[in-house]
Design a protein around this ligand. Structure first.
Ligand code: GAL
Length: 371
């Protein structure tokens, strides 16, 4: 399946881990629609690991755990679809999933057919218990072949954590997104760590096969399956700024049934989501020797500046517009808008400076202006 923008949705793992069930999925589907998440672009509802029984049935098919999913997976998918959402599920290229449930190794075609029958639209495919003799590229290609021939459009979301130099081979496989980092946990240290990893591989991001920086922790507040220390609101905003600026898939992971207005304002900021989803999908670059001041040129001719202070001290930022394509006699400047506050900062010429607080970030949209 081919997708032209970074996929957006919600995934069960960060909050629920192994405790995911049908009732939770239904209530999450309800909230994704009633609280405006679908309208904001979050269309996939994905059940992660631990949905199946530990054994396949006599026909070799995976079986949803009847205690967690008494109506069966087709009924759950039907409910999700009835809300206008798309339905995702999880398996693994290896013999087992990371939590020890059946993996798809040597069952790729039967699993793809089963998922198609259930009405699955999205498959997250993990990397645990991979036979050493099998290269990861071969196994993701095998599942993509099965999915592309199963009679239903199913998006393949590879989850090999960047292992085995995933960036070098993932675009041969048919995956629409690939986990470019290890697992996120709900802490500032984790956000910073995943950003640092991304800085080494962002060049590999691109349309049709997106670098997935892992699920969002915005709003977890230290609770749930990967809840650790939690983050401040400012840190969650920086996390969302970074993921959006780099064009990562945006898969929410918090219990959005409990999201307050501040959390919703982060997850549903249309101007920031538009950066993530920009159709040109041009590669970002750093500005004027500061490794945390980034620019990305948008499809409509605007430039977005992403400034991420991941350090513990205030960061002084100087942005000369010559770095952004404005020559000395061009007679042009930029009208600047702060994408978090919506504030119009007016037209600036030649340069601008500002100070960014520790763990804070700025996203500015720059529109070319005549002086
Ligand atoms: C990890 C994966 C997580 C989650 C978990 C389930 O390998 O990176 O996102 O899916 O497995 O066991």
């Amino acid at each position: 399946m081919v997708v032209s923008r970074p996929p957006m949705g919600w995934n069960s793992w960060n909050t629920f881990g192994p405790e995911i069930d049908e009732q939770t999925v239904r209530s999450m589907a309800d909230v994704m629609v009633s609280e405006g998440y679908l309208a904001a672009g979050y269309e996939y509802l994905v059940i992660d690991d631990c949905w199946a029984l530990r054994e396949r049935d006599a026909n070799g098919r995976m079986v949803p755990n009847p205690e967690k999913f008494p109506s069966g997976m087709k009924a759950v998918a039907d409910y999700v679809h009835s809300k206008g959402l798309k339905f995702g599920i999880y398996s693994c290229v290896g013999n087992y999933t990371c939590a020890g449930f059946p993996g798809s190794y040597e069952y790729e075609f039967i699993d793809a057919e089963t998922f198609a029958e259930w009405g699955v639209d999205f498959l997250k495919l993990d990397y645990c218990y991979k036979p050493l003799s099998e290269p990861g590229a071969r196994l993701y290609r095998r599942m993509a072949l099965a999915l592309d021939n199963c009679g239903r459009d199913i998006l393949l979301s590879a989850c090999s954590w960047g292992a085995d130099e995933t960036h070098k081979w993932i675009k041969t496989t048919g995956s629409s997104m690939w986990r470019s980092t290890g697992d996120v946990v709900d802490s500032w240290a984790s956000v910073k760590n995943l950003y640092e990893i991304q800085r080494g591989i962002y060049e590999y991001n691109g349309a049709l096969c997106f670098n997935d920086m892992d699920m969002l922790i915005v709003g977890m507040n230290g609770k749930g399956n990967v809840g650790v220390a939690g983050c401040t609101l400012e840190e969650y905003r920086t996390h969302f700024s970074i993921w959006s600026f780099f064009g990562s898939p945006l898969m929410m992971g918090s219990d959005i049934r409990e999201a307050d207005d501040d959390v919703k304002a982060i997850l549903q900021n249309p101007a920031v989501i538009a950066v993530d989803q920009d159709p040109a999908f041009r590669q970002p670059y750093t500005v004027h020797g500061n490794p945390h001041v980034w620019a990305r040129h948008m499809a409509d001719g605007d430039i977005v500046l992403g400034i991420f202070n991941v350090d513990d001290n205030p960061m002084w930022v100087f942005v000369p517009f010559s770095e952004l394509g404005i020559g000395r006699i061009a007679g042009r400047g930029f009208q600047m808008t702060d994408l978090w506050t919506g504030e119009d900062l007016g037209v600036k010429k030649e340069q601008f400076t500002l100070s960014v607080a520790p763990h804070a970030s700025k996203l500015f949209r720059l529109k070319l202006a005549r002086l």
